[in-house]
Every structure is written in structure tokens, then in C-alpha cells.
Design a protein around this ligand. Sequence first.
Ligand SMILES: Cc1cc2nc3c(=O)[nH]c(=O)nc-3n(C[C@H](O)[C@H](O)[C@H](O)COP(=O)(O)OP(=O)(O)OC[C@H]3O[C@@H](n4cnc5c(N)ncnc54)[C@H](O)[C@@H]3O)c2cc1C
Ligand code: FES
Length: 248
Amino acid sequence: MREIVATVLENKRIAENVYSLTFATEGEVKVRPGQFCMLGVRGFPLRRPFAVCKAENDRITVGYQIKGRGTKTLSAYQAGDKLSALLPLGNGFYVSEKEKKIAIVGGGAGIFPLISVIRAYAESKEIHSYMGFRNKAAVCMQYEMQRGELTIATDDGSLGYRGTAVQAFMEDIGALRPDVILSCGPTPMLRALKKAVEGRNIPTYVSLEERMGCGVGACLVCVCEKSDGSRARVCRDGPVFDINDVEL
Ligand SMILES: Cc1cc2nc3c(=O)[nH]c(=O)nc-3n(C[C@H](O)[C@H](O)[C@H](O)COP(=O)(O)OP(=O)(O)OC[C@H]3O[C@@H](n4cnc5c(N)ncnc54)[C@H](O)[C@@H]3O)c2cc1C
Ligand code: FES
């Protein structure tokens, strides 16, 4: 993990309330799919966590939704601005050699860590993604998701499948028979996925998006409950967990 002062290269709106931010690090940073960074935002003492969507040499791209004051402030950053960043953080997604067919189920800001998975495995694995959005105007980074097979689901049916990403996925799961399922999205979506895949015996991993303080295991703001009654720090022990190991 490194703490750096990054330089913003680009910060652009890519969908309704959604931005893509690319910054330059000092030298190359090796990032595994599903890892995240903590970005400092002017005027806020606590950094905010964002999944690394793309890592290319010394360039890192994150995608973010405007949620509150921190992300609103971030959206005003311009090329040349400085940004304090901690990265890479967390465990990330791991796909074994024998898992050849990956199903990806994402929703909302959960698509961003999953894009890093698609980019990492597009050449070596068969990827089927099911990505859910509120409506057509919220869809972004389609060109990245299309590196594999892609089904887009929208709540209002304005693009692709009408319904949720989990519903779209469950219509195909029998024929698809994926070796592994990777997912990230709002907790109700992850809960629905957990219920839907129960008893199917397919390894399923989820990336959790708890609120965070430090991002490095020190403050316990991000603690989540595990199925065995113990607790885990999402920033340090996750953010990726076996779906059966966590309470959703
Ligand atoms: C590991 C990890 C990776 C993430 N990756 C991304 C990403 O790639 N893109 C993206 O848009 N967002 C991502 N998030 C969520 C993002 O960190 C929050 O949306 C952001 O910190 C909100 O900051 P804010 O100051 O704008 O909002 P605040 O003013 O702090 O809060 C506004 C609203 O957002 C909610 N919120 C705050 N933090 C989180 C959180 N961590 N998860 C869910 N809801 C939250 C609050 O409860 C509140 O309702 C990630 C979170 C984690 C833990
Ligand atoms: S955010 Fe501080 S321990 Fe996880």
C-alpha cells in the first residue's frame, strides 16, 4: 500500500450523476481486480473509498456516483488538481485456474470493481456479465463491459432486460452453468443474489461497500458481521468475501 499525491488527468461526467476520474500516480502501482483506493477530497478529513476500475501503468481510473458532499466536491476537480490517495487496498477478486466461465452480477456503483475483473480476464476466461441500472440514462462504461458477453438490465426497461440484474442472471443460470459468480452492488441486490443461488453449489464472491473511515484496518468503522458470528473489517479482510461467509 502506498500513500501518494496524485495528479488529476481527467474528470468527466459519463452518465446521470456518474463521473469517471483518471489520475496519475508517481510510478506504476500494481492493482489486482477488485482492489480499491482511498481518495482525499478537499475539505473532508476522511478519505473516501472507490474501486479501481482501470490501472494502466501509472494511470488509475475510478468511476463514481455522486452520493453526498464528498463526491459532489470531487466532481468539480479538474485536470492538474492534486489528490491524496492510498492504494492499492483490500483483497480483490481471485479467480482460480480451473474456473473458466465467470458470471458477473453488478448493480449501481458496484459495476466499477467488476469492470476491473472483466478487463483482467477478458482474454483468458469466458465472461458473462449482468449489469443493472435504474434506467438508460444511468448506463455507463458499456464499451468496457462488452469485452465479454453482456446483458444490461434496467428497472424501467428503457434499455435491455426489464428488471434487476439478479433476475436477468437467474433466467440464464441453468443454461450458463458458470464456474464462479462474482458480484458487487447495493446490499438488497447481494441479498437477492444470495437467496437465488442458495443450494446451487456455485462458488460466489461479493464485494461489500460499507462506510469506511481509515481504509487500512485501524478504525473499525467498516466492520461487518460474518455468518459464524465473528466480525470482519471490510477494508482489510475484504472487501471481497464468500457470499456464504457474510450476513447481508
Ligand atoms: C470498497 C469500496 C469501494 C467503493 N467503490 C465505489 C466506486 O467504485 N464508485 C462509487 O461511486 N462508490 C464506491 N463506493 C461508495 C463510495 O465510497 C461512497 O459513495 C462515497 O464515499 C460517498 O461519499 P460522499 O461524501 O459523497 O457521501 P456522504 O456524504 O459520506 O454520504 C452520502 C450517502 O452515501 C452513503 N454512503 C456513504 N459511504 C458509503 C459507502 N461506502 N457505501 C454505500 N453508501 C455509502 C451514506 O450512507 C449517505 O446516505 C465504494 C465503497 C467501498 C467501501
Ligand atoms: S475503514 Fe477503518 S478499519 Fe476499515
